[in-house]
Ligand binder design. Structure first.
Ligand code: SAH
Ligand code: TMP
Length: 393
C-alpha cells in the first residue's frame, strides 16, 4: 500500500529550508516468506540520523521509568553473578537506558550515530561511540573492549535496512553465553489497532515474533523469550541467545500460535489493514473539517515522528490545526515536515487552551492526561484516532 509522498518523519525544519525539503514514497509491503512489513523505499540513513536528530528519548517520564525497569531486569537477570560484565546498547540516544548501568558502575558502550543526542549522553559520562552499528563496527568494539555479555536495543533494530549485517555483527559481538534483548513496535498491535502511524521512514521493518525468529536463526541466534510491552502504543521485547545455550520459554510458542490465529501470515490481513487506514483517514478528516467549519480552535499535542504520517497521509493543514505543542526544545520554532504546521513550546498549549487537542502523542496519553487535567476540567476535549477516531473529554 502507499501512504503517498512523505517527508522525513523527524525532519522538523526552518522556514528557510522548505524549498529543499526531501520527499520519498512511503509504501509498506508484506513479505510473505519473512513475515514482516517492510518499506519498499527508505531514505538513506544520513538523511534521518545526523547532528540535528530531533527525537530525544528523555522527553517522556514514563519512558525514563520504562528504561530504568528494563536495565534493572537485565542486571538482575542475565547479568546476575557475572564478573565485570560489559553491556553494549545500539541506538542509545541521550543515554536514557545506559545511565542506569553507569549508575551501578557497569561497563557499557552506547552506539549512537546522531551526534547531538550522543553528546547529551557523553555529557552525563556515558561511554558512547558515534557511528552506525554494523558488522565492521562490532569487530572494532570486540578488538577494543572485548565481547559483550548483553547487547541491548530499543526502537532501533526496526530502523536498520541491512538487518543481516547487523545481526551478524551482534552474533560476533556476543560472548558464547551472551544475550541479546531488543524491543520494537509490534506488528500484531499495529494491525489490531490500525495504528498506521507506526509506518514512517525510520521504521523500515515492523517485526513480529514469527519474523524475528526467522531473521535471526540463520545467524545462530535463537528466540528464547518474548514479552509484550505497553510502550510506543504496543511493543514486543525479544530475548535471543546463541542456539542451545538457554531454555526456550513457553511464551515463544504461545505467541507464534497467537500470530497464526491473528492471521499475520496472510496477505488478506494487510488488505484489510489498508481499508482500515482509509476508513480512519476519512473519519478523522470528517471530524477536523466540521470543527474548522464551526470555527473551533484545534491544537496538535506532541510533534511526534508518527504525526508526520498522519498529517501528510490525511491531508491535515494549518486550516485544521493552528500549531503543535511539544516539550522538545529542538522541535520548537520549527515547522512540521511536509505540512509546515508550526511547532511551539508546550507552555503555549494553555495560552489560552484550544477547544480541542489533536493527540498526536497518543502513546503517552496517560502521562499527558495526568498533566493536562486543567484543560479537560475547563471543557477542552482530546481528539484521538487509535484505535478509532473519537472526541473525548
Ligand atoms: N533507544 C532509544 C532511541 C530510539 S530512536 C529509545 O528507545 O528511546 C533510534 C535511535 O537509533 C536514534 O537515536 C538513531 O540515531 C539511532 N540509530 C539509527 N540507526 C542506527 C544504527 N545503524 N546504529 C545505531 N544506532 C542507530
Ligand atoms: P514519541 O511518541 O515518538 O515518543 O514522541 C513523543 C513526542 O511528544 C516528543 O516530541 C515529546 C512530545 N511530548 C510532549 O510534548 N508532551 C508530553 O507530555 C510527552 C509525554 C511527550
Amino acid at each position: 500500500m502507499s501512504f503517498g509522498r512523505m517527508p522525513i518523519a523527524n525532519g522538523f525544519l526552518d522556514p528557510a529550508d522548505v524549498a529543499h525539503e526531501y520527499f520519498f514514497e512511503l509504501s509498506p509491503a508484506f513479505c510473505e516468506p519473512c513475515g514482516v512489513i517492510q518499506l519498499v523505499e527508505q531514505p538513506t540513513p544520513d538523511r534521518m540520523f545526523h547532528g540535528r536528530y530531533a527525537f530525544h528519548s528523555g522527553t517522556s517520564r514514563a519512558m525514563q521509568a520504562h528504561f530504568q525497569k528494563f536495565a534493572t531486569s537485565t542486571i538482575e537477570g542475565p547479568l546476575h553473578g557475572r564478573a565485570d560484565p560489559f553491556v553494549v546498547e545500539i541506538g542509545s540516544n541521550d543515554g536514557i537506558m545506559l545511565r542506569n548501568f553507569k549508575a551501578r558502575g557497569i561497563r557499557h558502550l552506547g552506539v549512537e550515530p546522531s551526534t547531538n543526542v550522543a553528546d547529551l549522553a557523553r555529557e552525563q559520562g556515558i561511554e558512547t561511540v558515534s557511528d552506525f552499528f554494523r558488522r565492521a563496527l562490532a569487530e572494532r568494539i570486540v578488538s577494543e573492549h572485548g565481547r559483550a555479555d548483553t547487547v541491548l536495543a530499543a526502537n532501533v533494530m526496526c530502523h536498520i535496512a541491512d538487518l543481516h549485517d547487523v545481526v551478524a555483527g551482534i552474533a560476533h559481538l556476543l560472548k558464547p553465553d551472551g544475550v541479546l534483548i531488543f524491543e520494537d513496535p509490534y506488528l500484531g498491535a499495529m494491525i489490531e489497532k490500525t495504528s498506521y502511524d507506526q509506518v514512517y521512514d525510520e521504521h523500515v521493518f515492523m517485526f513480529s515474533v514469527t519474523s524475528v525468529a526467522r531473521a535471526f536463526a540463520p545467524h545462530g541466534l535463537a528466540l528464547m523469550d518474548v514479552e509484550e510491552q505497553p510502550t510506543h502504543g504496543g511493543s514486543m521485547r525479544y530475548i535471543l541467545a546463541p542456539a542451545g545455550t538457554r531454555p526456550v520459554s513457553p511464551s515463544v510458542a504461545i505467541w507464534l500460535a497467537r500470530e497464526k490465529a491473528q492471521r499475520l501470515d496472510r496477505p488478506e490481513t494487510y488488505e484489510r489493514f489498508r481499508r482500515n487506514c482509509e476508513r480512519s483517514r476519512a473519519d478523522l478528516m470528517r471530524v477536523l473539517e466540521s470543527m474548522r467549519d464551526d470555527g473551533r480552535r484545534v491544537v496538535g499535542y506532541g510533534a511526534t515522528s508518527k504525526s508526520t504520517t498522519v498529517i501528510n497521509y490525511c491531508g491535515i493543514t494549518l486550516e485544521h490545526v493552528a500549531f503543535i505543542a511539544d516539550t522538545t526544545p529542538i522541535k520548537q520554532g520549527k515547522l512540521s515536515p511536509g505540512a509546515h504546521i508550526p511547532v511551539r513550546p508546550a507552555e503555549e498549549f494553555s495560552k489560552p487552551y484550544p477547544d480541542y487537542a489533536l493527540l498526536f502523542a497518543w502513546n503517552h496519553e496517560a502521562e499527558i492526561r495526568g498533566k493536562e487535567r486543567a484543560f479537560t476540567a475547563s471543557g477542552g476535549r482530546f481528539i484521538t484516532y487509535v484505535p478509532n477516531v473519537r472526541v473525548v473529554s
